[in-house]
Design a protein around this ligand. Structure first.
Ligand code: ADP
Length: 443
């Protein structure tokens, strides 16, 4: 400020000095006054121009400062400029934070919807878009309750209380392909609401499967137990002849065997689910597996027949598979014993094991037995799924054989292919990938 006054004084002194030197003596007093006033106006005009430029610059908010030299207006510009830059930086920082925050919400595996106090959509992530069938651009600022009209959700939304949330069908839900959502609402800010949605279809299915499984196991165990306790009561209360007693004991042993098979299959399944994946560098000779398979099939044929089942084997010698020996044995034996159980004794069963063109190998059991109608094929590997219950039970089946095969196949990166025609026979093939197959000559 002092510099400005000094400059004004210097200008006035200069003007007065010039008037003193150049004006004649009689006009001097007027000239001196005019010079002083002129200098002041000049200074003022210069000041007005500079402040005008500063104002124009402020209005236009330019990206860089304009040259105002030094002095008061230059300093004002400098300070405003620095304040503006600071504000811009703070704005950019908070914009970046908002972007990061929204990116985090976007990356969430759950659906997130932000609603304003009027219930309009302010923001939603892609997952919420998928869950509710909404478009992130189109549906912005739409009333959420107008777009999602499920009655259970509408009730929950209208109550506007934070609770356990609500279960509702999601976008694309059909009775055959259910999509179930769990939706929760939370309040935040001033009347704003946060909606979180989670796809619980798999969870609900797993829970339903667990319930079914427990019910199935209980049912499977209860039947032989009821029979056993009936026989025990009979043996306790009646005096039986030796022959009859032996017959009852035989039947009891059969039921005990049935429970034993069931428990053994259940244990196999739980081991398969709990153990680490089979290594790809532990090689198992297929010849030995096949030989054991055939022994088990023949033993079963004698048990359920009693009979001798013709089985033709065509196996490439020296083949080895990478995996767990007990699991591979169990899968192959299950397929062959199933063929024995569902094929009349006069019909031949064919087993082949051969390399495929892609370097893999196929183990296939083909029978000309009862066959399976098409509608059952996709469900055969479900636990306790049976096409013919009585036949399965009569031949000692647990309903878990193909579920075990499926697990083993999946764990070994292989593929199970089932083809069958009702009344004509079936073929069950396991295709192993090239990485798990070698022949001993390759060593
Ligand atoms: P189970 O112990 O009842 O045989 P599985 O899981 O091994 O249980 O098989 C499921 C069902 O698939 C069987 O109940 C049977 O109806 C059908 N099945 C399996 N293998 C054959 C086959 N080779 N021929 C006809 N039906 C079969």
């Amino acid at each position: 400020m002092a510099a400005r006054i000094v400059w004004l004084l210097v200008l006035q002194v200069l003007a007065v000095g010039l008037a003193w030197i150049f004006m004649p003596l009689q006009d001097r007093s007027w000239a001196l006054l005019c010079a002083a006033l002129g200098a002041t106006y000049l200074w003022l005009a210069f000041d007005v121009v500079r402040s005008g430029r500063l104002l124009a610059w402020l209005k236009a908010a330019p990206p860089s400062p304009i040259p105002l030299g030094s002095g008061l207006w230059a300093e004002v510009q400098d300070r405003v400029w620095r304040a503006l830059r600071q504000r811009d930086r703070a704005l950019a920082d908070s914009e970046q934070r908002l972007k990061d925050f929204l990116a985090a919400l976007q990356a969430s595996p759950n659906g997130v919807v932000l609603l304003n106090p009027q219930g309009q959509i302010e923001w939603l992530n892609d997952m919420a878009g998928q869950h509710f069938g909404l478009d992130r651009e189109r549906d912005l600022m739409q009333h959420f309750a107008n777009l999602v009209r499920d009655p259970a959700f509408a009730r929950y939304y209208a109550q506007n209380v934070v609770g356990d949330g609500v279960l509702m069908p999601g976008k694309g839900h059909t009775p055959t392909h259910p999509v179930r959502l769990s939706v929760q609402m939370h309040e935040y800010g001033e009347g704003r609401r946060l909606l979180l949605s989670r796809d619980v279809t798999a969870l609900e299915q797993a829970e339903a499967m667990r319930r079914d499984f427990v019910a199935n196991v209980s049912h499977e165990i209860r039947t032989p137990l009821t029979v056993l306790s009936g026989f025990i009561e009979t043996l306790q209360s009646l005096v039986l002849q030796e022959g009859e007693r032996a017959r009852y004991l035989g039947l009891m042993a059969e039921q005990a065997q049935r429970m034993q098979s069931l428990v053994s299959d259940l244990l196999t399944l739980s081991r398969l689910e709990g153990s680490p994946l089979p290594l790809s560098n532990e090689w198992v000779g297929v010849d030995a597996l096949l030989a054991q398979c055939l022994r088990d099939a023949n033993t079963l044929a004698e048990l359920v027949g009693p009979r001798e089942q013709p089985i033709a084997v065509d196996a490439e010698p020296g083949l080895e598979l990478a995996g767990v020996q007990s699991e591979l044995q169990s899968a192959m034996t299950n397929l062959l014993t199933n063929a024995v159980r569902y094929t009349p004794s006069d019909k031949e069963i064919q087993v082949h094991l051969r390399r495929l063109e892609d370097g893999g190998a196929e183990f296939c059991v083909r029978d000309r037995g009862v066959g399976i109608a098409q509608e059952h094929l996709s469900r055969l590997t479900e636990r306790f799924y049976r096409v013919d219950r009585s036949r399965s039970r009569d031949t000692g089946g647990t309903g878990l054989g193909l579920a075990i095969v499926k697990h083993v196949v999946q764990r070994h990166g292989a593929e199970l292919r089932i083809t069958s025609t009702w009344g004509q026979g079936s073929a069950f093939a396991i295709r192993f990938p090239a990485s798990r197959v070698r022949t001993i000559e390759q060593l």
